[in-house]
Design a protein around this ligand. Structure first.
Ligand code: CTP
Ligand code: CA
Length: 225
């Protein structure tokens, strides 16, 4: 007989995940964006679904297909992503922000294609809303997990974001580590919470996703809604 392994870690739980980059239009043909393949967020979505969760994935433009059993909502800009998250967040227990959200958008989007003229071009940008910070500030807030891609002072910057955004957990990765992170299928994470941390050694993004979600499962029990 075929035995089906049923992982019910997140049975009855609803998990909302952001992934991929955002695109901030400059004119009808150009945009400002971030390096992000979306692979880490999609791996978390797939792993969460395999652990029994109801998963909603709010994704910027990526080349990836939607993992089975996951509901994907496609967005382009940070403003679109913010709106889609705020609409979906009320019935979710856990929010995991892996998206590389553009911190700024053009103050004015040109109606027509910008023409080449002077040797220098100056554009004015305005700050985008912080999706993760806004979710973590809600009452009640879901168990909120951030990601921090850092090139230096990794622990210090990640712990700073944990506190300033009032997060329950943050997963930091060193973007200078060879063969890991951007566009790679592998990564390494240093995960921090209020009173502790753990280093997850280099592994496939899917295995890291499972390990991170196991930590989330342990810690979200302690969160009183
Ligand atoms: N994030 C978000 N909305 C934004 C900016 C960031 O939801 N407008 C989330 C990211 O998805 C990530 C976390 O916040 O989970 C940290 O993002 P990061 O870019 O590292 O931090 P910032 O607060 O934007 O600070 P900085 O870029 O200056 O390091
Ligand atoms: Ca940022």
């Amino acid at each position: 007989a075929l035995s089906v392994i049923q992982d019910d870690t997140f049975q009855q739980k609803s998990i909302l995940i952001t992934a991929g980059p955002t695109r901030e239009a400059l004119d009808p043909v150009r945009y400002l964006s971030n390096h992000s393949s979306g692979k880490m967020g999609y791996a978390i979505a797939q792993a969460a679904a395999s652990m029994g969760a109801k998963v909603i994935l709010i994704s910027g433009p990526t080349a990836l297909s939607c993992p089975s059993g996951v509901q994907r909502i496609d967005v382009e800009s940070a403003a679109d992503m913010h709106k889609a998250v705020m609409k979906a967040v009320s019935d979710c227990d856990i929010f995991i922000a892996t998206a590389a959200v553009a911190d700024y958008r053009a103050k004015h989007i040109a109606d027509n294609k910008l023409k080449k003229s002077d040797d220098e071009l100056t554009l004015t940008f305005v700050k985008n809303p912080d999706i993760l910070k806004d979710v973590a500030a809600m009452t009640p807030a879901p168990f909120s997990v951030g990601f921090a891609a850092e090139s230096q002072n990794i622990a210090e910057y990640a712990q700073g974001k944990l506190i300033s955004k009032k997060l329950d957990m943050i997963a930091a990765n060193d973007i200078t580590a060879a063969g890991l992170g951007f566009n790679s299928d592998r990564n390494a994470l240093h995960v921090f919470w209020k009173n502790g941390d753990i280093k997850l050694a280099p592994d496939s993004k899917f295995h890291l996703a499972k390990a991170l979600l196991a930590l989330v499962a342990q810690h979200c029990k302690n969160k009183t809604p």
